[in-house]
Design a protein around this ligand. Structure first.
Ligand SMILES: Cc1cc2nc3c(=O)[nH]c(=O)nc-3n(C[C@H](O)[C@H](O)[C@H](O)COP(=O)(O)OP(=O)(O)OC[C@H]3O[C@@H](n4cnc5c(N)ncnc54)[C@H](O)[C@@H]3O)c2cc1C
Ligand code: SF4
Length: 465
């Protein structure tokens, strides 16, 4: 490392070269080594009124863990983070730090914010590689709680309750646990065996049981869990896995996918690997509709499977909801961004397969109810993009299966479960909920915070019984 360095700038993180990584599914970002992590930690001012903590939804004591890194005490740093987060290796990789902790960092006022996310990732990876295991509770209190869904909300709720001595069983519909971390976010951003698996194992090591292939509402209902199976409380962390479509002509054509289906085939069912039989479409030219993390992940997966990829998004670059790092990486890898562009129709050939997409140019008008400027179509601006695959990444909503099979559980008009933000309490006694099932599609860290709130609510409820 250079002797004199610019303390206003982040220690750069090593990454795979764009042209190399565009052809493989290995992780893009390689993270800091020990010397780089200590050097980056030295940029932290250890502020007395640390704004970064206020920007973190789970309030990690950021200056305290960075101070430990500065002094080379990585296990102590891991303990500080573990007090607030059960999934640090995940969060260090996928949290939108630029709008959270790093967005508030005092260093960022005159220079570049401290790389809090990359430091969190370093500490989490270091502690995993050095066998640091969270402490399990000495004995249980004999009270049984069921958690539905093994995404970040369910895992966090289960882990927190287990630490308090509850006997927790997670019921997961899919054959692998992890929720979106496993089936949605691709390997090149979040390795499954190396990162997600060990963090789920840490929750298991706290004594949590995990039952996969159980679809609550089909295999067994919440009422049966509580009335017949002896669970005294239930936390619902079933996410928002139901994809939305636009309703434009041609959307039923062969070669149109929801991003969820496409990513599930690739990530969970390993379709991208030659030693797996799961089919996936290897398109020549793909159009991905949407501008969030899901759209970036689908686009970058299609690129790695050999397609030329265009993103079509109806607002401008400033409004792209994806993490800045993902947009940057997608551009570096050669994804073409068609901004201020809206699909109008999907064109098909004589056999019903996609052959292109008709789009219209947009311009930004007055702000809408979300505060963002409303895109308005430019008259007579229709044009075609050639494509043999279209992936719709327009957002998702909660699946109504659980709400429709549980007596007294109320949902709002978007089918989101109604629950108290502070403690996850729903309209049904003993049933708590949090994460995307309550808010609609959001972020990993907000789901974790909701899981934590649900654990607090359940503990308060069961402590009175
Ligand atoms: C492709 C993609 C990329 C993303 N990228 C990011 C990112 O970079 N950063 C970020 O912060 N967020 C990102 N997100 C959003 C984030 O992953 C979610 O907000 C978060 O995972 C929600 O957590 P959750 O626990 O509420 O639900 P989920 O992660 O969806 O987990 C819910 C689990 O419940 C299970 N389940 C559902 N119904 C039932 C049932 N009836 N019975 C039993 N189990 C059931 C599901 O199978 C699933 O495993 C991304 C989302 C997607 C789809
Ligand atoms: S705001 Fe930035 S500089 Fe201050 S304690 Fe937090 S990370 Fe360190």
């Amino acid at each position: 490392m250079e002797e004199k360095r610019d303390m206003m700038k982040k220690v750069p993180v090593r990454e795979q070269e764009p042209l190399v990584r565009a052809a493989n599914f290995e992780e893009v970002c390689l993270g800091y080594d020990e010397a780089e992590a200590v050097a980056e930690a030295e940029r932290c001012l250890n502020c007395r009124n640390a704004k970064c903590v206020a920007g973190c939804p789970v309030s990690i004591d950021i200056p305290a863990f960075i101070q430990e890194v500065k002094e080379g005490r990585f296990e102590e740093a891991a303990k500080v983070i573990a007090a607030s987060s059960a999934l640090p290796a995940v969060c260090g990789r996928v949290c939108p730090q630029e709008t959270q902790c790093e967005g508030q960092c005092i260093r960022g006022v005159k220079g570049e914010a401290v790389s809090i996310g990359k430091l969190e990732r370093f500490v989490a990876d270091w502690s995993r590689e050095h066998g640091f295991v969270p402490a399990a509770p000495e004995k249980t209190n004999g009270k049984r709680v069921a958690v539905i869904g093994s995404g970040p909300a369910g895992l966090t709720c289960a882990g927190d309750l287990a630490k308090l001595g509850y006997e927790v069983t997670i019921f997961e519909a899919l054959h692998e646990p992890g929720g979106v971390l496993t089936y949605g976010i691709p390997e090149f951003r979040l390795p499954k065996e190396g990162v997600v698996g060990p963090e789920i194992d840490n929750v298991r090591k706290l004594g949590v049981k995990l039952e996969t292939n159980v679809v609550i509402g089909k295999s067994i209902t919440i009422d049966e869990l509580m009335e017949e199976e002896g669970f005294e409380a239930v936390f619902i962390g079933s996410g928002a896995g139901l994809p939305k479509f636009m309703g434009i002509p041609g959307e039923n054509a062969n070669g149109v996918f929801s991003a969820n289906e496409y990513l599930t085939r690739s990530n969970l069912m390993k379709a991208f690997r030659e030693d797996h039989d799961t089919p996936i479409m290897n398109a020549k030219k793909a159009v991905v509709v949407g501008g969030g993390n899901v759209a970036m992940d689908a686009a970058r997966t299609a690129l790695r499977l050999g397609a030329e990829v265009h993103i079509v998004y109806r607002r401008s670059e400033k409004e792209l909801p994806a993490r800045a790092e993902e947009v940057h990486h997608a551009k570096e890898e050669g994804i073409v961004f068609n901004l201020l562009t809206n699909p109008a129709e999907i064109l098909t050939d004589e056999n019903g397969w996609v052959r292109g997409i008709v789009c219209r140019r947009m311009e930004l008008g007055e702000p809408d109810e979300s505060g963002r400027r409303r895109p308005v179509e430019v008259a007579g601006s229709e044009f075609e993009i050639e494509a043999d695959m279209v992936i719709m990444a327009l957002g998702t909503s909660p699946n109504p299966l659980i709400s429709s099979t549980t007596k007294g559980l109320e949902v709002n008009r978007w089918k989101c479960i109604i629950a108290d933000e502070q403690n996850g309490k729903t309209t049904k006694e003993g049933v708590y909920a949090g994460g995307d099932a309550v808010t609609g599609a959001a972020t990993v860290i907000l789901a974790m915070e909701a899981g934590r709130a649900g654990a607090r609510g359940i503990d308060a409820y069961l402590s009175q019984r």
